[in-house]
Design a protein around this ligand. Sequence first.
Ligand code: BG6
Length: 298
Amino acid sequence: MNAPPTVDHLQAEFGLTGIVHFEPGEGGLICARVRTRHAQAVIYLHGAHVTRFVTGGRDLLFLSEKSHYQADTPIRGGVPICFPWFGPHATDSSAPMHGLARTRQFAVESVAARDDDVEITLRLRPGQPIGDAWPLGVTLRHRIVIGSSLEMNLEVENASGAPFGFEEALHTYFAVNDIHRVEVSGLDNTEYLDKTDGMNRKKQVGPVRFTGETDRVYLATPATTTIHDGECDIEIATDHADATVVWNPWIAKAAAMPDFGDDEWQRMVCVETANCGRHAVNLPDGMTHTMTARLSLK
Ligand code: BG6
């Protein structure tokens, strides 16, 4: 197996002076720092994880001050990728939560600057099948476009010779000023499974507000949701995503997480662009599926 490229190699092959710089990030994990006319971003190759997206003077993403940065652990905050399953594995309780992608180092496939945007494509193509979950011939690409919005395209290419079933999520942590004042609109009248209440099926009435632990999988969701936090609105526009997960751990769960500050639940909300559960994807051989989330400050 080839050794992973060094920061110097990546910078020489893909760096763009003044725009994209590869460097060792926290814990020595390699990241790309991106600066465009409208935004700044940081993307770790570990998990193809966007940890920072600043536009209009505001970082849209929450990143825990207690996050670990090490090869076998996901980063807490930013945009973890859940793939090829979401939540606990359906049959193997020893398998990691939220799949395999968020703790693997992705390769850089391409970097390009176009007008005011930068597009970075990262790729994960295991050289061996990983159990039944990730057969040989399945490639995961994360195509990230940094402009005045942050566009993330999660592409699954199936060349395995058989249909491939998977779940996926862009598990986005948004930074908010005070969770008590947050409303998420766009989910009115939508059914959801309440993970804090035995997966009971319920219907959303009005905007989502937060008064306690919240962990919900909204089903057959519309393409756009908006987070209002009293100071600004963040719009999440999606393509080919049928589910939306809304999560805030609140006090007790926050205190129980070793990589999350005890008070940080007040400053974050996860609104996750997903295909999971009954919206899992079954991708025929020879096909590619792309799920997109476009985040912008309104
Ligand atoms: C959410 C799930 O997507 O992720 C929650 O709905 C879970 O149930 C949360 O607690 C965080 O998961 P993890 O593995 O990153 O701690």
